[in-house]
Design a protein around this ligand. Structure first.
Ligand SMILES: *[C@@H]1O[C@H](CO)[C@@H](O)[C@H](O)[C@H]1NC(C)=O
Ligand SMILES: *[C@@H]1O[C@H](CO)[C@@H](O)[C@H](O)[C@H]1NC(C)=O
Ligand SMILES: *[C@@H]1O[C@H](CO)[C@@H](O)[C@H](O)[C@H]1NC(C)=O
Length: 440
């Protein structure tokens, strides 16, 4: 019996080993040989990811291993962080809010996640993130409560408006008095706040909240991992931004896009007129103009990313001029192509954003065309997880070189050099607040 059971297994093992060996020896462009060649693409030798990096960002030890101050015995009161906008913007505000609450020796109430009317939905914090996990992970960093004591629970928090305060301001000076007076306050962190002056335990709370305490709810994670499984591997997740409102907001001029796209952009412009003439050229050269899908495809080629690469489009539904990408990169998949229609149409914007986030922090590589809230979060989480094939395409380099008259192969070569430099130096791949540069 035993012999019979072992023998087939052994045979399979031997056959597999032999096959593996054959593949390794016979596969024409072996990656082992490739990476040892000098990398002077775009001559078709090696893609951007095979370049040796010198610097990478890693989460700083001071918060990860945390030699933390003990939490204050007495709390100064309860704080609820109110978050608005897109999922990743809300998350950014939550991170800042946790830091501020710790700065003020306050107890944290679960944040309020409210969404822009634009999205028409109601996902609160608990609909997106795992509450139990958050509370457990924040243990020792800041006190978090799910329920308020009865004498406070009946009241709405006193709202402190931080948006009206100018420039840098001191939270201890300006917010602490309200907290002490009302015992329960809410606020939305001011965007321009500098965190570098926070004491380390407050920064540690921020970093822990942002990068080590947020996990999607079980049901959302299940959906996201189903989506991840459906994507052909290995794959690149591409965050493309070329929606009408994005383009309108940029105030850039585009020639050579379809009249349908042009109309969509004009409809989104409102009072915000595009720059024209010399001003438009200066604006573009400063890297202010979103890359079109066509330009994106061009830069990806300049980075020697093969045109048969599996690409997951981590993007909203309203992308324009997508043929500019898909006519070159033919293996592009989207959420709507992979999820069944019923799932997809019933999904809220927040949920879709959460799926893109999840797929992008688990993809083999991630490329962003614009450094927005999602890209910052994804780049940081990838660094947190030790995934370094992350790159932000340079709109500025593209505009600069094209304005200097570079075209075709020369343009590719110039773009390769610019991005190679960025990749080697780990530029744009993580946020400095919670991450430290590490020389390789
Ligand atoms: C917070 O508590 C620490 C000691 O636990 C104290 O040194 C600090 O001044 C307090 N800060 C505020 C704003 O209450
Ligand atoms: C917003 O949601 C409600 C209820 O889910 C729906 O009836 C309505 O049509 C939606 N509005 C828009 C603009 O999508
Ligand atoms: C994309 O740009 C190239 C030039 O780089 C041009 O030849 C081509 O027609 C464009 N394709 C689309 C779909 O816009």
């Amino acid at each position: 019996m035993v012999v019979l059971a072992v023998k087939p297994l052994f045979t399979i093992l031997v056959v597999s080993l032999a096959l593996l060996l054959a593949v390794v020896l016979l596969w024409p462009p072996s990656p082992f040989f490739q990476s040892s060649l000098p990398s002077n693409s775009p001559l078709g030798k090696s893609d951007i990811w095979s370049i040796r990096r010198i610097v990478e960002w890693r989460p700083c030890k001071w918060w990860l291993q945390g030699d933390l101050n003990v939490l204050p015995v007495k709390s100064n009161g309860y704080i609820r962080v109110d978050c608005y906008g897109g999922l990743n913007q809300m998350r950014r505000d939550l991170c800042d809010g946790v830091g501020i609450a710790r700065l003020l020796n306050a107890t944290l109430v679960l944040p309020k996640f409210e969404v822009a009317a634009y999205w028409n939905e109601s996902s609160g914090f608990a609909d997106v993130f795992d509450v139990e996990y958050f509370i457990q992970q924040m243990n020792g960093f800041i006190k978090v409560v799910q329920e308020l004591p009865p004498e406070i629970a009946s009241k709405e928090p006193f709202r402190v408006d931080c948006s009206k305060r100018k420039g840098q301001f001191d939270y201890v000076e300006s917010v602490l008095p309200s907290l002490l007076e009302h015992h329960y306050i809410s606020f939305t962190p001011a965007m321009s706040q500098r965190r570098d002056r926070y004491p380390q335990h407050a920064k540690a709370a921020l970093c822990q909240a942002c990068y080590n305490a947020l996990r999607l709810t079980r049901s959302l994670e299940k959906k996201a991992s189903e989506l991840l499984e459906a994507i052909p591997k290995p794959f690149l997740s591409l965050h493309l931004r070329f929606e009408p409102d994005m383009v309108a907001y940029s105030q850039c001029e585009y020639s050579g896009i379809s009249s349908a796209s042009m109309n969509a952009v004009d409809a989104a412009r409102g009072d915000r007129k595009p720059w024209t003439g010399e001003l438009a050229r200066i604006w573009r050269k400063r890297g202010k103009c979103p890359l079109t899908p066509n330009e994106t495809a061009f830069i990806l080629q300049a980075l020697d990313i093969p045109t048969n690469t599996n690409i997951y489009l981590a993007a909203g539904d309203g992308l324009m001029e997508l043929e500019g990408l898909t006519s070159v990169y033919t293996n592009v998949v989207t959420k709507s192509s992979l999820l069944n229609g019923e799932d997809f149409t019933s999904m809220h914007g927040n949920t879709k954003a959460a799926l893109d986030y999840y797929v992008s922090i688990n993809s083999d590589s991630y490329v962003a065309t614009y450094f927005g809230n999602m890209d910052k979060m994804v780049a940081a989480m990838r660094a947190f997880k030790g995934l370094y094939k992350t790159l932000l395409l340079s709109r500025r380099a593209f505009a600069e070189f094209t304005s200097q008259g570079f075209r075709g192969k020369d343009l590719m070569q110039a773009l390769w050099k610019a991005h190679r430099e960025d990749y080697v130096m780990g530029r744009g791949s993580a946020l400095p607040d919670c991450f430290c540069e590490f020389k390789l």
